[in-house]
Design a protein around this ligand. Structure first.
Ligand code: PLP
Length: 392
């Protein structure tokens, strides 16, 4: 059975060009980049090119890139590397668990944390960040694009607030990279996280942008790799994959592939709203990345719908992959004002560069019936006039 993989915010398939770029690192360029002989120098040349490719995606200097094991490590390093006991940090309530769990740890070591809420569109209000500033605020961390709804956050305004207040600013751009242009200069951030596997690169590798002059305490102790900011022999094949994926991501912003994802996303949303009664797009009023759609299917168990779709050849999810399977409602959707039940009835469809119209049309063809069956099977469900009409 052909399957429509519409869960690209969880992870994306590695592009063939990325794999191709990685292969030499497993054979002739297998050396340790810290070695001074030819094998090492060849590996180092690969690292150098990848660093330049990532820097070009973010609009920064190659020396401002620190390679990491992915988004989770980048977020941890940014927060733990800057915060000291007694400091205050401002984050949004809709951050990824890589930020929110790190904040719990920061509280444990004596830091203060303020979580600012979002409006019903899922956007942080810059004023709420301004109001949360304190004398001891050291860092603000607000993501660029939310992983569940795709809603873009006003990071440039928040960057200005941080700069006026002389506070460091980190943004998690894991879900923004490759979908919208990123310029660390326009955002005015000091730290920015990306992850390779969200941009058609390999899993387990990412990068943290660290603006020159930003104090960052390494969280690992060992060698001098990454200018001492992240010791350990570099994951050369992974980093080369990240570099190539960054190059493709950058090109995709102007070669029409990002627009194509938007067209597919809109095709899916328009059809579902028309064909399935009692549905709503979460965050539709806000600017969003073009590949993400979070849809509320009233009176349907989200996990049951994910499983039903899986059996019908469509892979979607109820939210972040790292919280999938948890019975808890999505804290992101609850922060936007959805009830627990509505949050559990919402599904995320996220499109990648490999997706085709056929993938979308398969989802459109199976969703109405899958939703109808689940609603009919529910003892609590009473069809409204519109729902009943939709069944004809
Ligand atoms: C917004 C965001 N931040 C961080 C991460 C964690 O990235 P990684 O899976 O590379 O650790 C994710 C992954 O879903 C994410 O969506």
């Amino acid at each position: 059975m052909d399957v429509s993989y519409l869960d690209n915010n969880s992870t994306t398939p590695v592009m063939p060009e990325v794999m191709e770029a990685m292969i030499p690192c497993f054979s002739e360029s297998f050396g340790n980049p810290s070695s001074i002989h030819g094998f090492g120098r060849r590996a180092l040349a690969h690292l150098k090119r990848a660093r330049e490719q990532v820097a070009a995606l973010l609009g920064c200097l190659p020396t401002e890139i620190v390679f990491t094991s992915g988004g989770t490590e980048g977020d941890n390093l940014a927060l733990k590397g800057v915060m000291n006991p007694g400091d205050h940090i401002i984050v949004s309530a809709i951050e990824h668990s890589a930020i929110l769990s790190t904040c719990k740890w920061l509280e444990h070591i004596g830091c203060e944390v303020t979580k600012v809420g979002v409006n019903s569109n899922g956007q942080v209000e810059p004023d709420s960040v301004r109001r949360a500033l304190r004398k001891n605020t050291r860092l603000i961390s607000v993501m660029m694009a939310n992983n569940e709804t795709g809603v873009l956050q006003p990071v440039e305004e928040i960057g200005r607030i941080a700069s006026e207040a002389d506070v460091w600013f980190h943004t998690d751009a894991v879900q923004a990279a490759g979908k919208i242009p990123i310029s660390v200069q326009s955002i005015g951030c000091d730290l920015l996280t990306i992850s390779a596997h969200k941009i058609h690169g390999p899993q387990g590798v990412g990068a943290l942008f660290v603006r020159r002059g930003t104090p960052l305490l390494s969280q690992l102790h060992g060698g001098h790799q990454e200018r001492g900011r992240r010791p350990g022999t570099e994951n050369v094949p992974g980093i080369v994959g990240l570099g190539q994926a960054s190059k493709i991501a950058r090109e995709g912003l102007s070669d029409g592939s990002v627009e194509r994802m938007g067209v597919l996303r809109n095709r899916l949303e328009d059809a579902i709203l028309k064909l399935v009664p009692e549905t709503r797009i979460n965050g539709k009023e806000a600017s969003r990345v073009p590949n993400t759609s979070n849809i509320l299917f009233e009176h349907v168990g989200g996990d049951a719908l994910v499983l039903a779709l899986d059996a019908l050849g469509v892979a979607a999810s109820r939210g972040a992959a790292c919280t999938a399977g948890e019975a808890d409602p999505s804290s992101v959707l609850m922060a936007m004002g959805l009830t627990g039940e509505q949050s559990r009835s919402s599904l995320r469809f996220s499109i990648g560069k490999q997706n085709t119209v056929e993938d979308i049309d398969r989802a459109i063809s199976v969703l109405p019936d899958a939703v109808r069956r689940l609603r009919e099977a529910s003892p609590f469900y009473r069809p409204t006039a519109t729902t009943a009409k939709g069944r004809e």
